[in-house]
Every structure is written in structure tokens, then in C-alpha cells.
Design a protein around this ligand. Structure first.
Ligand code: GRF
Length: 203
């Protein structure tokens, strides 16, 4: 299966997806990295990994629709089976998502449905959470509310600040995302009628 990865920043999740995809038995290959930020560090990492990397700067387009049209035109060339959002900090429109219904996934740094949106680590600490983590989910029109494919949890430790918690969660993100993509690409999970359906579900 062909996978395009969307990034906006460091691209550490994209790197781990790419590394996982090197395995002979991995059912997907990363065929493109696309960023809305031309200075995203992940673009250089993608090029070093030999993955075609494209920057489509939002500021080069006079509207969200024009920017999305450019991304969709690029995707029409790339022809991905799946799109992985990995540190991609832009909300995609309903039209864009519909064009890839059930084929876009995202990793979010909280145990959804807790803490959708931004600043998830500080919010978890402020709420006195003892458990935190990350979620891979199908992308639907609402923000961070699509059907969940997988989650990984870590403890919140005394003395944690947002930075130390983020670092602990990032280490499990890097294991969860490749496992989730493997399951998606091999058909072990799919989105049906707005739900995640796992192939090993009993009948
Ligand atoms: C990660 O915490 C990820 O969960 C969030 O963006 C952060 C940076 O990701 N979506 P990356 O290093 O750019 O993959």
C-alpha cells in the first residue's frame, strides 16, 4: 500500500513510520511527505530517507480552498492508498476528508476523547491526571473525534511538566503509530459507518 505522510514540524513520527516501512513484511511504503510549512525540519529528514518531500506553503495560496486544491492535485499524482497526519497542524475541510473517506489517520497526543485540541500535556497535568498517552484515529470532519484505531498510555509522574510528559508520550507514539499503520495497511482495521471495524472482531 502507498502512504503519504503530512507534517508541519520535526517529523519524528514520519521518520518512525518510514523506518517501520523498511521491514520486508510491512504492508505499506511511504511514497511522499507533504508539509504545509516549507521550513519543517521533517522535510529534510524525508529527503535524507530518500522519500519525495513537497512543501506546499499555505501562505502561497490565497485561500484554504486553493491550498487544499493544490494538495489534492499533488495527491492525484502520488496516488496514496492512505494518508497519515503526523504532527500536521492544519484542519482539513470536510471536502478534503471526503475525498479520502476512511483513508486518513492521525496521531493525537492524548487519550481521546480526553483533551482534544492543543496543549494536551499541560491540560492533563492541570487536570491532575495520573495517566496520559496518545491516540491514533481515523480523521473525520470534527477535530480529533474520529473512530479510534489504537491508544498507548504512560504514567504522569510527580514533578512532570508539559515537556517531560510530552517526551514520555512521544516515545510511545513512535511505537503506536507504526503498529496502527501496519494494521490499517494489512486490512486489519477499516472505517465503516463512522466506526472502526477490526477484522478479528467476532462475526
Ligand atoms: C507529536 O506530539 C504528535 O502527537 C503531534 O505533533 C507532535 C510532534 O510530532 N501531532 P512530530 O515529531 O512532528 O511527528
Amino acid at each position: 500500500k502507498r502512504v503519504a505522510v503530512f507534517i508541519s514540524g520535526s517529523g519524528s513520527n514520519m521518520v518512525r513510520l518510514s523506518e517501520a516501512a523498511q521491514a520486508d513484511d510491512f504492508p505499506a511504503e511511504i511514497v511522499a511527505v507533504i508539509s504545509d510549512k516549507p521550513d519543517a525540519k521533517g522535510l529534510e529528514k524525508a529527503r535524507t530517507l530518500g522519500i519525495p518531500a513537497h512543501a506546499l506553503a499555505r501562505k502561497d495560496y490565497d485561500s484554504k480552498a486553493a491550498h487544499e486544491r493544490a494538495m489534492l492535485d499533488l495527491l492525484a499524482e502520488v496516488k496514496p492508498d492512505f494518508i497519515c497526519l503526523a504532527g500536521f497542524m492544519r484542519l482539513l475541510s470536510a471536502d478534503f476528508i471526503r475525498a479520502y473517506e476512511g483513508r486518513i489517520i492521525n496521531i493525537h497526543p492524548s487519550l481521546l476523547p480526553l483533551f482534544p485540541g492543543l496543549n494536551t500535556h499541560q491540560r492533563a497535568i492541570d487536570a491532575g491526571m495520573r495517566l496520559a498517552g496518545c491516540t491514533v484515529h481515523f480523521v473525520t470532519e470534527g477535530m480529533d473525534e474520529g473512530p479510534i484505531i489504537g491508544q498507548a498510555a504512560v504514567p504522569v509522574l510527580p514533578g512532570d511538566d508539559a515537556e517531560s510528559l510530552a517526551a514520555r508520550i512521544l516515545t510511545v507514539e513512535h511505537r503506536l503509530y507504526p503498529a496502527a499503520l501496519r494494521r490499517l495497511a494489512e486490512g486489519g482495521v477499516r472505517m465503516e459507518a463512522g466506526e472502526a471495524v477490526f477484522s478479528d472482531d467476532a462475526g
